[in-house]
Design a protein around this ligand. Sequence first.
Ligand SMILES: [Fe+2]
Ligand SMILES: [Fe+2]
Length: 262
Amino acid sequence: MQDHHTHDHHTHAMTLSERADELEEQMMHELNEKIATKSVLFGLADGKVELENGMSLLAKNPGKYFLMGADPRLPPMPEKPTLIDFFKLRFASMNHLLQSATHALKAGHDEKTVLACLLHDIGVVSFIRCDHGYWGAQMIEPYVDEEVSWAIRMHQALRFFPDEAAGYKYPDAYVKYFGPDYKPEPYIVAEYERARKHKWYGTARLICINDIYSFDPDAKVDLDAFVDIIGRNFKQPKEGLGWDNTPASHMWRTMMWPTRFL
Ligand SMILES: [Fe+2]
Ligand SMILES: [Fe+2]
């Protein structure tokens, strides 16, 4: 402190009360600043199996506590967030979802199918890529018709299997993504075989048919076009997503506050 004092001319020029104000402000700032922690999953994605010890993190950040609420670096969520709020504040991209849903709407499909197309990849755009169909289905299960979540779960497997009669061929994009020799995992093959015999197979297949990357580069797609369909087909909980005590609530909370310590 003495050293700092003698070398800092700016400090010299300040009055005692100015310095006290500055110190207080600095302290307040540090008290507000919490330690944001990363879940193991974030490290796994960088090829590391690791978790920083809580006590050593505290020692490195004297006087600070762990973040247990909203991460100030992320857009703040409203108190009772809706699906639309998540679209706008937590989904990294919605263009693909809007394009799929627009395609389904123009093809004259029913609202359940349009909603399924609109939500089919929410796992990817907001949460976790791996097994995105399963995560996505689970996130919305309490709020949609069972057929919608079932179809979203199954589209992941069905995407790998052509159905010429339905007008669906193996995606060119998948050849580019995974190479020409890629074979889906056995559990995906088994899931496809089960889905094939299911009464809602057609709905899951319709997601695949409308699962396109760009149907018209000039088409204007807007979430506003789907607000009414969401309103009629997605049972928005009055407490807000995350606060409604369903088997999906913790997933929405995790998206809201992904860096909470516990
Ligand atoms: Fe998908
Ligand atoms: Fe997709």
